[in-house]
Design a protein around this ligand. Structure first.
Ligand code: SAM
Length: 243
């Protein structure tokens, strides 16, 4: 099975903005979420976007006054971000998000990990390591926000076929296969090629993380944590480093 970064570079990244409904619509959704849940910059004006992708949150965070460190392993998606950032203070870093602290020179006011990125990590130990690092990286009173899909209760039978997006030239469908710790996501992409259709399929693993487990891991690192409903059925966990 391809690694997460291979799956993105070879399969998903070239159609990712299309999958998200186009750049303008995606940025409007990102802006609405940032407006609704992210604190405005205070002492530290630095925000970190872990798994920033094409900048759905990094761009709106810069627009409300943060300097943003946008880290992602997909050069294709970071190129899209680069071409849309204009003069915004966004530093683009192409690296594994697990290494984010090596790119920080000061405590951040805000760290976000949005849009189901957390489930892309290879195992639960990696998530625990990341959450430990994240607990120390914000300034006192600073905030960490993570949104992710709760795959802890498996879908069964035909529920596992998920229509993601389609138009007259392209159809993307996911099929989910569960094991004890992860779900294998098969991304089935049909694209029109002249009068014919071509199918490409690629698969990758996402972790089955329960929101309660993420909450407990953050609390164990001394953060004050709340959990709420996020966009598009995702869980949203908001954690604050005590003053
Ligand atoms: C589902 S997308 C979410 C993107 C963005 N946060 C959003 O909300 O649109 C997951 C992103 O995480 C990135 N990613 C996954 N695992 C990563 C890792 N270990 N290091 C850096 N980026 C990673 C992928 O390249 C992809 O851009």
């Amino acid at each position: 099975m391809p690694s997460v970064s291979e799956h993105y570079e070879r399969h998903l990244a070239p159609v990712y903005v299309w999958m998200a409904g186009g750049m303008d619509a995606a940025l409007l959704r990102g802006q609405a979420e940032v407006d609704a849940v992210c604190p405005r910059p205070s002492i530290s004006k630095l925000a970190v976007d872990l798994g920033a992708g094409f900048g759905m949150h990094a761009i709106p965070l810069a627009d409300i006054g943060y300097s943003v460190l946008a880290i992602d392993s997909s050069s294709t998606l970071l190129d899209v971000l680069q071409s849309h950032l204009g003069t915004r203070p966004i530093k683009i870093v192409s690296d594994d998000l697990m290494s984010f602290r090596g790119h920080l020179k000061a405590h951040a006011g805000l760290i976000v990990c949005m849009g189901d990125t957390l489930t892309h990590l290879p195992d639960h130990q990696s998530v625990e390591r990341l959450l430990t690092d994240v607990a120390e990286a914000p300034e006192r009173g600073g905030t960490f926000i993570v949104t992710f899909r709760d795959y802890s209760s498996p879908l069964v039978g035909l529920e596992r076929f998920i229509p993601v997006r389609s138009d007259s030239d392209r159809i993307l469908t996911c099929f989910l296969e569960y094991d004890d710790v992860a779900v294998t996501v098969h991304d089935i992409l049909n694209e029109r090629d002249g009068s014919e259709w071509r199918q490409r399929v690629s698969s990758y693993r996402k972790l089955r993380l329960s929101p309660d487990w993420v909450v407990h891991a953050l609390e164990a690192n001394g953060l004050q944590v709340t959990r709420e409903q996020g966009l598009a059925g995702m869980a949203r966990v908001i954690a604050q480093r005590p003053l």
